[in-house]
Design a binder for this molecule. Structure first.
Ligand code: UFG
Length: 338
């Protein structure tokens, strides 16, 4: 009973994989997810993989009353891993208020609930988008937080500041910010993975849908950047490695005697270009992808990858999978989807 942890967005892409890893480590995740960006069958898959059925509430995380009722009902909570948020960069540009209302609004409710119910441990889903266009491609946690390239990015910066300000006010909070680079891949069982809504924004789901014939052709957004092959460079990280980092972050937080506010980069430390991702996908899955080179996409950072030393040294986190494994798992997952 004393290993209970709330996981908002626990039916989502990273959330569901984290729930699996938490269960493996003997935690008791309590999922809050209203399926706006997931599907109920994901919960069945969690049970199928883990043999356990976590408690689940279908609640909007900005609904303060409903959220407080959940905290009230579970008096032995350790804290919260807060994933729930809208995440489509392009949509955030056309509908910014949706992003401010949901992402910032739910963060406020989570922090209020933590104060009211004396919950100490918070692990927050942040993003490398907080570094904006960095001076150097490799970023450490001390690299400056810059103007992000979208309202979505701004909400991540604001949420980080909210946690910092609450910490600075003297609240008994242990706040861990996990700054994700580009999560890809799926559970090796091919029973859990990403469920993009509509036309995917992100590269890998677009690739797998093109390979499956759902999309006709992939467009590479620009090959005239100042990088070795002219395409953008990102740090693609397997979702299971990312999920494991959340468990290690929680373990570490539980071992700290003082309150803190700490950010960690979660990336492999290795940059890959768009063309490298395409070529690797073709090679590991032995197929040809229909793609063309197109115009640059507005707002794309030229290149960014993590310096992941802090997560390695402090949390003891190591990546198990490379992009080949991740792109194989993404394809296995896509093939199994109806
Ligand atoms: N890309 C294409 N074609 C596509 C889709 C993407 O060429 O159809 C390219 C992009 O131009 C970029 C790379 O693939 O160079 C990766 O693009 P994604 O959209 O998959 O990922 P981003 O790096 O743009 O976005 C990610 C996260 C966001 C976060 C952002 C911060 O998805 O949540 O990093 O930089 F805000």
């Amino acid at each position: 009973m004393d290993r209970q942890i709330i996981v908002t967005g626990g039916a989502g892409y990273i959330g569901s994989h984290t729930v699996i890893e938490l269960l493996k480590e003997g935690y008791e995740p309590i999922i809050i997810d209203d399926f706006r960006n997931s599907k109920p069958f994901i919960l069945d898959r969690i049970t199928e993989i883990s043999g356990e059925t976590p408690i689940h509430y279908s609640v909007d995380c900005t609904d303060e009353e409903a959220m407080m009722a959940i905290f009230e009902k579970h008096p032995n909570l350790l804290g919260i891993i807060h994933f729930a948020a809208d995440k489509a960069v392009g949509e955030s540009v056309t509908n910014p208020l949706k992003y401010y209302q949901n992402n910032v609004g739910s963060m406020a409710v989570v922090l209020k609930g933590m104060a009211k119910y004396n919950l100490e441990h918070l692990v927050f889903s942040s993003s490398c988008t907080v570094y904006g266009e960095p001076d150097q491609a490799e970023v450490t946690e001390d690299s400056p937080v810059r103007e992000a390239n979208s309202p979505y990015g701004h909400t991540k910066i604001i949420c980080e500041k909210m946690i910092r300000d609450v910490f600075a006010s003297g609240a008994a909070i242990k706040g861990t910010l996990l700054r994700y680079f580009n999560p890809i891949g799926a559970h090796p069982s091919a029973r859990l993975g990403e469920l993009p809504q509509g036309i995917p924004n992100n590269l890998v789901p677009y690739i797998t849908q093109t390979a499956k014939g759902i999309r006709e052709q992939l467009t590479v957004f620009g090959d005239d950047y100042d990088t070795p092959d002219g395409t953008n460079i990102r740090d693609y990280i397997h979702v299971v490695d990312l999920a494991r980092a959340h468990v290690l972050a929680l373990n570490w937080s539980l071992n700290q005697s003082q309150t803190f506010y700490e950010a960690f980069n979660l990336g492999t430390g290795k940059g890959s270009s768009v063309l490298e991702i395409i070529n690797t996908f073709e090679k590991v899955n032995q197929l040809k992808l229909n793609y063309q080179i197109g115009e640059r996409r507005a707002g794309d950072v030229v290149q960014i990858y993590a310096n992941g030393n802090k997560a390695k040294e402090v949390l003891g986190w190591e990546c198990e999978y490379d992009i080949s494994a991740a792109l194989k798992h993404s394809w296995e997952w896509e093939k199994g989807l109806e």
